[in-house]
Design a protein around this ligand. Structure first.
Ligand code: EPZ
Length: 416
């Protein structure tokens, strides 16, 4: 296993290019199962989860080739089975179920287990697909689904689930008739998925609002599409500028998708300015703690909760961070406390009291965003911080230590 070794204290200065969005690319790749033709994607980030998804697509009979951010896909010889070994390593794989049902009328996909941040069931996915005519049974941990042609339905989601919304939009594109999703998630990555599918001939409207309408079509044709930039990667680098009291310029940045993050960091005292595709972020005085509650988009993203906690742990003042999406997304707290942070947990809330300086130590990553949080804390801490188990990080951040090193961070990857 690899670890990152960080010597803290350097103020980061310079330009960071933002990569394509992991959470837009994953559903878009899986949506290519729906397309009867050649799909060409660009700005696809070089990440472990992308490689896992391409492996899954190849197993399902799709031709899939990745070269330097470009992906050529053709779902020409589809098979209906997605094996447990792949699905268990990446939950988003379950999104192949709906497209397989839509194309083949049958599918066998391993039921995803939980993960470090929570149980993460897919009951809303299955309930919606059942309303569209799919019949499911569970056999040795696999979901086996069958249907004639899926048909449109009026679906009310109990919660604005991101994956559930994506899943049902995908399945509905080839269903007979119209599907309406109420209480749909509004994340920018869902809008990107819908824009890709419409480029292939789908008829989706209302994406980005809580009511999405999909008029089923007979088939989807190949298209070329550029994946949107990653708003969580961008938010992570905004925090890197703040926590090191640096001055960073983020280019190819999805500024319009970062309102809640920019608002909170500005409230803490950071300066963030720019246009629709680039931001300059810098600090010219002390920051202070604020209260943060994670909410579905356009609220403050849960995927930025650990990162802003790292920043608050070494900023004057105090604040309460409330996790409103996942039931177990505070594993980074104990690791931050090893660096000298003062954080106390009570249910779904963490009281963070800022300390003057964090002190370097060896810490353990537990999930993707917790790893990013520990790297950020290490950049600010006095002395050396070793972040272990950074395979979590490689799932979602493209060339993190290279990008940080180029703007002055003292960071290197080592074998454990
Ligand atoms: C997506 O996960 C993202 N993953 C997550 O990012 C992100 O944290 C999450 O949305 C929330 O924004 C990808 O896009 C690949 P949900 P997803 O369905 O789709 C419950 C990262 O770090 N729920 O909106 O799994 C669920 O348990 C990852 O990049 C049900 O109960 O999120 C959770 O508590 C982490 N039943 C809540 O809803 C269901 O059928 C939100 O889940 C579906 C979800």
């Amino acid at each position: 296993m690899d670890k990152l070794v960080i010597e803290g204290g350097a103020a980061l200065r310079g330009q960071i290019p933002i990569s394509g969005s992991k959470n837009a690319a994953l559903p878009i790749l899986l949506a290519s199962i729906l397309v009867d033709g050649q799909v060409r994607l660009s700005n696809v980030p070089d990440l472990k989860d992308i490689a896992t998804t391409l492996n899954l697509l190849a197993l399902l009979g799709c031709q899939a080739e990745y070269t330097g951010g470009e992906v050529a896909l053709h779902a020409c010889d589809l098979k209906p089975e997605a094996p447990y070994d792949l699905v268990r390593t990446m939950r988003a794989s379950v999104l192949c179920l709906g497209p397989l049902l839509a194309r083949l009328g049958q599918a066998r996909v391993a039921l995803p287990g939980g993960c470090a941040i929570g149980a993460r069931p897919v009951d809303m996915h299955l309930k919606g697909l059942a309303q569209m005519g799919a019949v499911f049974e569970l056999e040795s941990g696999d979901i086996i689904g069958n249907c004639d042609r899926l048909h449109g339905a009026h679906i009310q989601l109990d919660f604005p689930t991101v994956g559930g919304t994506e899943h049902l939009i995908m399945a509905a594109t080839l269903a007979e008739g119209v599907t309406v999703l109420e209480n749909a998630a509004r994340e920018p990555e869902i809008q990107d998925l819908a824009n890709f599918l419409n480029a292939c001939g789908a008829r989706i409207s209302g994406h980005g609002t809580s009511v999405v309408r999909i008029e089923g079509v007979e088939s989807l044709q190949g298209a070329s599409y550029r994946v949107m930039p990653d708003r969580i990667e961008a938010g992570t680098y905004l925090v890197a500028a703040a926590i090191t009291k640096g001055d960073l310029e983020l280019v190819d940045c999805p500024v319009g998708a970062l309102d809640a993050v920019i608002f909170k960091l500005t409230e803490m005292g950071m300066h963030i300015e720019g246009d629709q595709t680039s931001l300059r972020a810098y600090v010219d005085g002390p920051l202070h703690g604020v209260d943060v509650s994670t909410r579905p988009y356009p609220g403050f993203p849960t995927d930025m909760q650990a990162q802003i906690m790292a920043l608050m742990s070494c900023s004057p003042g105090a604040g309460v961070i409330t996790e409103g999406i996942f039931e177990n997304r505070f594993m980074h707290v104990q690791e931050l406390c090893r660096l000298g942070a003062h954080i106390t947990l009570s249910g779904q809330s963490a009281m963070v009291r800022g300390v003057d300086t964090l002190k370097g130590a060896t810490v353990m990553a537990s999930d993707l965003r917790a790893s990013a949080c520990l790297v950020l804390a290490g950049l600010a801490a006095e002395g050396r911080t070793d972040v272990r188990r950074i395979y979590h990080l490689d799932r979602g951040y493209e060339h993190l230590e290279v990008k940080l090193g180029r703007v002055g961070a003292k960071i290197r990857r080592e074998k454990e």
